[in-house]
Ligand binder design. Structure first.
Ligand code: CU
Length: 158
C-alpha cells in the first residue's frame, strides 16, 4: 500500500519536471530575441541578364526568417569573382559589409532597394542559366542558393 503510493508520487514528480521543461521551450521559441536560433529560407532568387553582355549584374532574393535575428555577412559565387552587398539610397547606392535579417521577418533584396552586385563572371551569363550564390550568415552559416538568370525586365510573380 505505502509502496504503491510512493511510486505514484515519483511518477507525479517526473510529470511535473516534464511540464516545467516544456514551459521553458515554449518561452524560448516565443521570445524571438537575439539568442534564438534563426530559421532561414530563401525565396524568389533571380539575376537579371546584364544589360551589357558579361557586364555588371544584380542579384535579388528574399530571405525569410522564422526564428531569431541573423545577419547576412558575405556573399560569394563560383560563377563570379566579385559579389558585393549594396544599399540603395534616394540618389545613389553604397556597398555595405552586412545586412540585417530581422527575427521573424524578411531581408528583401529587390529592385530599388538592397541588392547584390555581381562582377567578374567566370562565364558570360545567359538566359536559363542557374548560378550558385553562397550566402554566409553570422549565425545560420552558409546557405547555397541556385539562382536563375532572367530577362532584364523580369519581376517576381510576372
Ligand atoms: Cu549596387
Amino acid at each position: 500500500m505505502s509502496r504503491g503510493f510512493r511510486r505514484n508520487a515519483l511518477i507525479g514528480a517526473g510529470l511535473a519536471t516534464a511540464l516545467a521543461a516544456g514551459t521553458v521551450v515554449v518561452a524560448c521559441q516565443s521570445s524571438g530575441g537575439s539568442s534564438a536560433t534563426p530559421k532561414l529560407s530563401v525565396a524568389d532568387p533571380y539575376i537579371p541578364l546584364p544589360a551589357t553582355p558579361g557586364g555588371m549584374g544584380a542579384g535579388y532574393l528574399t530571405v525569410r526568417n522564422d526564428g531569431g535575428s541573423d545577419r547576412l555577412v558575405k556573399v560569394t559565387s563560383p560563377s563570379a569573382g566579385s559579389v558585393t552587398m549594396h544599399r540603395s539610397t534616394e540618389q545613389t547606392m553604397e556597398e555595405v559589409g552586412e545586412l540585417d535579417v530581422p527575427a521573424h521577418g524578411t531581408l528583401d533584396l529587390a529592385r530599388g532597394g538592397n541588392h547584390l552586385m555581381i562582377m567578374d563572371w567566370a562565364k558570360q551569363p545567359a538566359l536559363g542559366d542557374e548560378l550558385e550564390l553562397d550566402l554566409e550568415f553570422a549565425k545560420a552559416g552558409t546557405v547555397v542558393v541556385k539562382v536563375p538568370v532572367k530577362p532584364l525586365t523580369y519581376r517576381p510573380g510576372s
